[in-house]
Ligand binder design. Structure first.
Ligand SMILES: Cc1ncc(COP(=O)(O)O)c(C=O)c1O
Length: 375
């Protein structure tokens, strides 16, 4: 067979995250690149899954297992009818791209961006339009630039809060101004809030609460419950739209793993009741401080994250590919998060969802490597 695959296949290339993880394994490097936790999911989640296997094993409705829709709704103060269960935040974002825009449309996003946003927009046939965030001693939304990026073709703003890779969280003013812009131009907002429980200051503002009529919220049990491989996520839609969005996702995975949906339904109220998220924040806060202090002690500039498990820093004289091969530490180069604008010079992203021992060892290796490069 010599017939080529569709040109769209160019979107199938390996992501930088898989690439760096593969190099990390190959070179025995500590992986502070890809964002998956080193520790196992909580016992209450694992036990719930064991109980569910053998009792909840067949297809669920594409919109999700009713008890999980109810648990998500209860946790987030939404109506169960507005909840769609998906295979992780990734499928939630894909279902929304398919549901909200198509050829000739534009979707406005901030840069640096999370990698799936671009291929998903393009698979839907729409054009991503990137607005760079301002980097001073912190990351800020450039609101005038955001407004200038909106055209008659714009269908949606795609935003992340807390933000990967910057770790930033919208201030109330930023959130209100973004929502006002969306109202003025009658745009949908996709608010990717998969790190909603992972913050180090005040809780992030939920954009849905400011504009329930136009905000689609994306969430992830994988991120909340340290089970990224389980692939359970959700969308909260504006009132009345959940059946249509669920109708789109039925053509991809049809439904998410039934026993894992049941397990997450059981775990969400336990996590809330037993203060699991507060423990998680405390534990990640320690690891964030360890990494941040270690990098600063080497004289590097870091940008304190207010949420997520990512930290950005400037490492101007270092190339991430060389570092993983020769220094034994995997990180993500900032250029991976930029499509239309240049990345700030030397920008890199560290993931600190790893053990303290791994972070300490990575810091030691990095320090040793930097000394070698400078000597
Ligand atoms: C901002 C953001 N959105 C969505 C996702 C995907 O979440 P999930 O693992 O639930 O598909 C990630 C994963 O890293 C992410 O960082």
């Amino acid at each position: 067979m010599t017939h080529p695959l569709h040109p769209r296949i160019q979107l199938s290339k390996e992501s930088i995250f898989s690439h760096m993880s593969r190099l990390a394994v190959q070179h025995g490097a500590i992986n502070l690149g890809q964002g998956f936790p080193s520790n196992p999911p909580p016992a209450f989640l694992q036990e719930a899954a064991r109980r569910a296997i053998g009792t909840v094993d067949q297809y669920t409705p594409p919109i999700g297992l009713p008890r999980l829709r109810e648990a998500v709704a209860e946790d987030l103060g939404a109506a169960p009818e507005d909840v769609v269960i998906t295979a992780g935040g990734t499928e939630a974002l894909h279902a929304l791209a398919e549901s909200l825009y198509g050829p000739g449309d534009e979707v406005v996003m901030l840069e640096p961006y999370f990698d799936v946003y671009i291929p998903q927009a393009r698979i839907a046939g729409a054009e991503p339009v990137m607005v760079p965030m301002r980097l001073t001693d912190r990351w800020e939304v450039d609101l005038p630039a955001l407004e200038r990026a909106i055209t008659v073709r714009t269908q949606a703003l795609l935003l992340t809060n807390p933000y990967n890779p910057t770790g930033s969280v919208f201030s109330r003013t930023e959130a209100e101004q973004i929502v006002a812009l969306a109202r003025q131009h009658d745009l949908w907002i996709i608010s990717d809030e998969v790190y909603d429980e992972l913050y180090f200051g005040p809780p992030p503002i939920r954009l849905r609460e400011l504009a329930p009529e136009r905000v689609f919220t994306v969430g992830s049990a994988g991120k909340r419950l340290e089970a990224t491989g389980w692939r359970i996520g959700w969308i909260i839609t504006p009132p009345g739209l959940a059946p249509q969005v669920a109708g789109m996702r039925q053509w991809s995975s049809f439904c998410s793993a039934a026993p894992l949906q049941a397990a997450v339904a059981e775990a969400l109220p336990i996590a809330r009741r037993e203060g699991f998220y507060a423990q998680l924040r405390e534990s990640y806060g320690r690891r964030k401080d360890l990494l941040e202090q270690g990098l600063r002690a080497m004289g590097l500039q870091t940008f304190a994250p207010a949420g997520s498990y990512f930290l950005t820093a400037l490492l101007p004289e270092l190339d991430a590919e060389t570092l993983v091969r020769e220094g034994g530490v995997a990180i993500i180069p900032g250029s991976a998060f930029y499509l239309q604008n240049p990345a700030p010079r030397g920008l890199v992203r560290f993931a600190f969802c790893k053990t303290e021992a791994e972070i300490e060892q990575a810091l030691e290796r990095l320090e040793g490597y930097l000394k070698k490069v400078h000597s």
